[in-house]
Every structure is written in C-alpha cells, then in structure tokens.
Design a protein around this ligand. Structure first.
Ligand SMILES: [Zn+2]
Length: 157
C-alpha cells in the first residue's frame, strides 16, 4: 500500500465514521423532540403536514417540476427518502415516486376518507409524508404520493 492510497483511505474512513456518528446522533435527538420543540423547528405548514397529518393543496409544490438528479430528504430530519430516479410524473399534482430508499418509512392505515388509505411516515422522526397507492408504474406498481412541503431536494454535486 503506498502512502497516498493509505491517506486517501484513512480520510474516506474518517468521513464515513463522522457521517455515521451524526446520523446516530440525529436519530437519538428526533426521538426526544416534543410537539413544542417541533413547532419551533418547523414552519406552520411543515408542522401541519408532518405532525398533524395534513395534506398540501394539489399542484402547489415546486418539486412537481423538479427534474434534476439528486436526493429528496425529509425536511425535518434530513433522512434520505427518495432518489430522483425513483420519481415520476403521476399527473396528480403531488410529487410521486414508485419506490423509496430501504427502511425509511413506517406505515399505518388511516380512515380520514371513506375508504382506508395507507399513510406512511419517516421512520426516523415519525413525520407524516403522504399516502401510498397501488396505481403506480412498473416495476413496483406503487405510487408514493408525497407532500412537497415535507421534502427537501438536494441536487447531486
Ligand atoms: Zn424525518
């Protein structure tokens, strides 16, 4: 192993460990947050959707038109939820995805409309993101209908 390679590998490992540490710390912190704390961190619109399971009006999110390559992260805890390659134009007026990064969502049934819908939330901060339907494109057949307000787009650098 030459010196240059060794230093490069060492630096990469240090960055990775640092990221892992930050993630673990973020996870611990999210669990401890109270409603009052969330109210201070989030805008009223974000709070309504993430903590009160609200839904933004269709066609209001700029992310409907986002076509760049990058990641969509949870606006509350920065967990990576979707990659741009998982996004598609569903024509519904909400950012839509046919799949997501593994192990990032929990689900539960909600009965706010007349029929049951499957609501999904961020596994880390438990924030509500949207609903999943079975009318999506191949290969999954799923449509993750996500509130744009609950997402932050991070373009690839
Ligand atoms: Zn989150």
């Amino acid at each position: 192993m030459n010196r240059r390679f060794f230093i490069k590998t060492l630096l990469k490992t240090m960055v990775l460990l640092n990221v892992m540490h930050l993630n673990a710390f973020a996870k611990l912190k999210e669990k401890l947050r109270t409603d009052e704390e969330w109210k201070k961190i989030l805008t009223p619109e974000q709070y309504d959707i993430l903590r009160e399971e609200g839904t933004e009006r269709a066609g209001t999110s700029a992310l409907n038109f986002e076509k760049r390559e990058g990641d969509y992260v949870c606006v509350a805890c920065y967990t990576k939820l979707f990659h741009s390659s998982m996004k598609y134009d569903s024509g519904t007026g909400w950012p839509s995805f046919f799949t997501h990064y593994p192990d990032v969502f929990g689900t539960k049934k909600d009965f706010k409309l007349f029929y049951p819908r499957t609501e999904y939330h961020c596994y880390v901060c438990k924030g509500h993101h949207g609903h999943v339907f079975n009318d999506g494109p191949r290969p999954t057949g799923k449509r993750f209908c996500n509130n744009g307000i609950a997402l932050k787009f991070v373009p690839k650098v």
